[in-house]
Design a binder for this molecule. Structure first.
Ligand code: DGJ
Length: 732
């Protein structure tokens, strides 16, 4: 890994074993992306990749008209000069003009990777793991400066980027758009895969061929959203799960975002991501700076599984932080689906104690323990313990749970308030709302104005005090409605375009402070399930509740889709009761667990209500997970059969040393006299002999011949008949 600067040509080559990223300073002083992709040899001069050509209607440099940014591959394209595709940034100056001319001034190359103050980012533990290049540009006319920052990681096929604007002039400017990353690729022969959905059906992979025009996903909801995810893949046509080239683009941000690909009519492609410019306008006074979030580019030639595995490794090791990032996650029991808000201390202790008997390690008390909170119409915001339900307060309950030998977790939804709450009655100006206009409600609640420091102070004081009182081990941080009517009371008109971003910065600041105060605390993010499942939140919360949809069949799709961009250890997955509360479907408890194993694992039901037979099966499931979670949460995950294409789903996880694997298949609906179905396993050592389902097979046999997953005889095991069946096998 290195970053080489070629003085004579002003070209930078960032590379590691897998990828190269070559930046050149163009004749007009702006940065160009000369190459990005598989590692290439270093050379002094890649100028042959700069285009000088004449085309009708093209505009170019006045002293050299054949140089036009439009005919070149830009690395951070500006608005309104010789390149009229989508710009990466857009600044309005005092005189109303929007044209900038950032010219190279200097650069520095450093070992390691500095953090981004106030924002989540990939990090290193040792400076030898990465190199960082900061290139400084200046717009002479206005004094505006731009620093583009690039990091190449030694052990990951990854380049990270961010941008910083500094107002070095003496008048205010307004930044209307500031992407985290923009790259131009020389051809547009890619398919685009986005991960879209809604509540209860998060992260469906949607694939389309790119063509002339703009393809984009975005959020305007104030959170990254279940509707579209800030992770997008570009893949070559012949790329499949197991081979071929692909690029993953992840934005490390949890607020409004846009990720887009623009194919121009010259068959080139621009790919960018950053804060959604809609609703964003940042007034930057002299000497002030604006910092974009980070974006991560991951490259592979090993297919979509290869891409996902690289992302999983990076996120597990160098994006998630803290005590829990690579630790085996506790098996939890959450009371939400068991009781909703209708509980008292006795009921909770009964549920927790049965969980302990089953082998659960963490009990989580969900919504309803505070304020006047008997249903979702009141109490939100009043973070004072409801002593009618919990007479011994949180401290009393926590002590009893801890005494059982369980960890204790608690639910919060800090960012919200019910109109029927003491908090709202005391501070009606603390919500996001436009004075004089109707305010939308969602789940009977309004959004607190997190951009206000006094709101932050209140939440910090309340959360800190409760976490301290209960010696809380785990916090489930929920966020159950989208932001609308985003207007901050008392904030000057010209600052209103900052509110969405400031909101997220203060969410991050609250996480950061609580993590500093309670470094052992495990956070699970949640937003009505997976509505804030993004790389930004993973920096603070190593796990996120995958979906409120706990139906095993639905979860196959949700977890399969989520696995493209996020590690298995980050996916909150629980076994819940049947019939399922979201779909009414009855699935066997074995299959419910077989799906939830591929996540953080836990139960979302009252174990007192299951039959003796089921309870003894649950005990075995917990024992299985304790035995295998180390591998499941840290191994290389392979998607084998897609539930989006088939009546079957299959996946497996292989340990880094390839000595052990866990393989699972699922057949959704029963098939009479079904055709032969074989799954070829992946990632094993060809020459190693593995124990599998009572026999021994070489890795080469399991991977080339595969295993039969129908009722037809194949390798010696059978799928039982019936709907929603599954099999989970440890291969050693
Ligand atoms: C939505 C979450 O996704 C659920 O798991 C639960 O915590 C409820 N909120 C509580 O209101």
């Amino acid at each position: 890994m290195d970053i080489v600067f070629h003085e004579g040509t002003k070209q930078f080559h960032l590379f590691n074993d897998k990828v190269s990223y070559v930046i050149g300073i163009f004749p007009n002083g702006e940065p160009g992306l000369l190459y990005y992709g598989k590692r290439i040899h270093d050379r002094e001069d890649y100028s042959y990749l700069i285009n000088y050509e004449f085309r009708a209607m093209m505009v170019g440099k006045p002293d050299n008209e054949v140089f036009s940014m439009e005919m070149n591959r830009c690395d951070y394209p500006s608005f309104g000069t010789s390149d009229l595709r989508e710009p990466a940034f857009d600044i309005t100056y005092e005189n109303g003009s929007r044209v900038s001319n950032f010219q190279y001034v200097s650069h520095e190359i450093k070992d390691g990777k500095p953090g981004i103050p106030g924002l989540p980012a990939v990090y290193t533990e040792d400076d030898a793991e990465a190199k960082t290049l900061n290139i400084r540009f200046k717009d002479e006319l206005t004094g505006m400066e731009l620093i583009l920052s690039y990091t190449v990681m030694r052990d990951h096929p990854v380049i990270t980027r961010n941008a910083r604007f500094i107002n070095g002039g003496d008048t205010s400017v307004r930044i209307e758009k500031a992407m985290s990353l923009s790259i131009d690729l020389p051809d547009r022969d890619y398919d685009w895969i986005q991960f879209s959905g809604a509540w209860g059906r998060e992260k469906v992979p949607i694939e389309r061929k790119l063509d002339e025009g703009i393809t984009a996903v975005r959020s305007m909801r104030g959170h990254s959203s279940a509707n579209h995810n800030p992770f997008v893949i570009l893949k070559r046509k012949n790329t499949d799960e197991f081979q071929g080239e692909a690029i993953g683009l992840s934005l490390v941000y949890s607020g409004n975002f846009v990720t887009e690909a623009e194919c121009d009519t010259y068959r080139t492609l621009r790919f960018m991501t950053g804060i959604n410019p809609e609703g964003f306008s940042w007034k930057l006074d002299p000497k002030e700076e604006f910092q974009t979030p980070e974006a991560i580019l991951t490259w592979t030639e090993e297919g979509l599984n290869g891409l996902s595995q690289s992302i999983h490794r990076l996120f597990r090791k160098r994006l998630s932080r803290g005590a829990w990032k690579e630790k085996e996650r506790p098996i939890l029991l959450n009371n939400w689906e068991a009781t909703m808000m209708d509980f008292d201390e006795e009921a909770i202790l009964k549920i927790a104690s049965k969980g302990k008997e089953a082998g659960v390690e963490l009990f989580v008390l969900d919504d309803g323990w505070f304020g006047k909170r008997d249903d979702d119409t009141s109490g939100l915001g009043d973070w004072y313990v409801n002593t009618k339900k919990l007479p011994g307060s949180i401290g009393g309950l926590a002590e009893k749970i801890h005494d059982m030998g369980l960890m204790f977790g608690l639910w919060f939804e800090p960012e919200m308030v019910n109109p029927d709450s003491d908090l709202y009655r005391a501070h009606p100006d603390w919500i996001l709302a436009v004075p004089g206009r109707e305010r939308s409600l969602g789940r009977h609640q309004m959004v607190l104005d997190m951009s206000k420091d006094e709101v932050w102070d209140y939440l910090y004081e309340r959360m800190h005090s409760i976490i301290e009182e209960g010696k809380i081990d785990y916090v489930k941080w929920d966020m159950n409605r989208t932001i609308s009517e985003c207007y901050s009371n008392g904030t000057p008109a010209e600052e209103q375009g900052k509110v969405y971003h400031r909101y997220i910065l203060n969410v991050y600041r609250l996480y950061e402070k609580l993590i500093a105060d309670f470094p052992e605390l495990l956070f699970e993010s949640c937003s009505s399930g997976g509505s804030r499942f993004d790389a930004g939140i993973m920096y603070y919360a190593p796990q996120t509740w995958g979906s409120d949809d706990t139906d095993a069949v639905e979860r196959l799709k949700i977890q399969y889709g989520t696995s493209y961009g996020y590690p298995i250890s980050s996916i909150g997955a629980h076994v819940s009761e049947a019939p399922n509360q979201q779909t009414g479907r009855i699935t066997p408890i074995s299959t419910r667990a077989a799906v939830a194993y591929f996540g953080t694992f836990g139960y979302e039901m009252d174990l007192n209500k299951v039959s003796d037979e089921e309870f003894s099966e649950i005990k075995k499931q917990i024992a299985f997970m304790k035995e295998n979670r180390g591998l499941i949460q840290s191994g290389d995950f392979y998607r084998l059969l897609s539930p989006f294409e088939d009546n079957y789903c299959s996946w497996m996880i292989v340990s880094e040393d390839k000595k052990k694997a866990v393989f699972a298949y699922y057949r959704i609906l029963s098939e009479p006299n079904s055709a032969h179905r074989k799954v070829r396993l992946k990632g094993l050592d060809r020459d190693r002999l593995y124990h599998f389902d009572g026999s021994e097979y070489y890795g080469s046999e399991l991977m080339e011949i595969g295993v039969e997953i129908t009722e037809a005889p194949g390798i010696e095991w059978k799928t039982p008949s019936g709907d929603f069946v599954s099999g989970v096998f440890v291969i050693e």
